[in-house]
Structures are given as C-alpha cells and as structure tokens.
Design a protein around this ligand. Structure first.
Ligand SMILES: [Zn+2]
Length: 139
C-alpha cells in the first residue's frame, strides 16, 4: 500500500478476544471518509472503523447516510489517532471498544422484529427498513 501499511497488519493489531472484523466491501460504499487513511470496517452493520495513516493508527466511529434511496455513504462521526508504538495494542483495544459503544448507542430496536439496528436502517415510525418493506413501503 502507498502508506507502507497493509490491511493484514491492521488485522494483526486487533486484539484476538474482540470480534474478528468482517471483510466489508467498501467499494459498495461511496466513502466520504477522510483521505490518506487505509480503512478497515468491522461488524455488520458496521460498528467501528480502524485505519492506518502515515505513522498513525486511527479508530473512528462510523456513520452511514444515504445518497438517494439506494446508495449508502460511509462516513465518520469522530476519530482518534495514535502514533504507532509499543502501546498501540492497548490503545486500539480501548478505543475500539469506545468507538463500538458510541456507535451502538445510536442503535434503536425495531418495534416489530426487535432487531437493534443503526439509524441508517430505521424509519421514523420505529420500523426497520426490512419490516417497512413487508408493509409495502418502497424505497
Ligand atoms: Zn424490523
């Protein structure tokens, strides 16, 4: 990679006791993420973004908005950066949990299927998009 940091190394940074990040196809998302960072998204729905910039690791709280009805846009609510160094693993473990908690705090529970989902998946009436679709709502 242009920054000299491989995605595989990002994976190595993530503590084993945390959930394994899934390969999220970021190509499907029109990113408005800050540039110059190689990002890895973890969770489905996405809970946390971990990135590598020049000499730094980045942990970010994701947000997903819609560009029109069908195109999700992945963005960042807030991010923290830390110099690469010996205490990186501890810093990552702490910040990943904090970012995950911040993201999960935005989730609400669908009044019908009781799934907890991000605000990008919810309607104003408290239904998730998949339950709303069953009612004939067309997106
Ligand atoms: Zn639902």
């Amino acid at each position: 990679m242009m920054l000299g940091i491989e995605v595989a190394r990002l994976l190595d940074w993530l503590p084993g006791e945390l959930w394994r990040p899934q390969a999220v196809d970021l190509a499907d998302l029109q990113g408005d993420l800050p540039g110059e960072v190689v990002w890895l998204a973890a969770g489905h729905p996405i809970l946390v973004l971990v990135g590598a910039a020049s000499g730094e690791a980045v942990v970010a709280v994701p947000k997903i908005t819609w560009h029109g009805p069908y195109t999700p846009v992945l963005g960042v609510v807030s991010e923290k950066r830390h110099q690469l160094g010996e205490d990186l693993a501890v810093w990552l473990a702490t910040e990943i949990l904090a970012a995950r908690a911040a993201r999960e705090a935005t989730f609400t529970t669908c009044v019908r299927c009781e799934q907890r989902l991000g605000p990008e998946s919810m309607q104003d009436d408290g239904l998730c998009q998949s339950c709303a679709t069953q009612d004939g709502v067309v997106f």
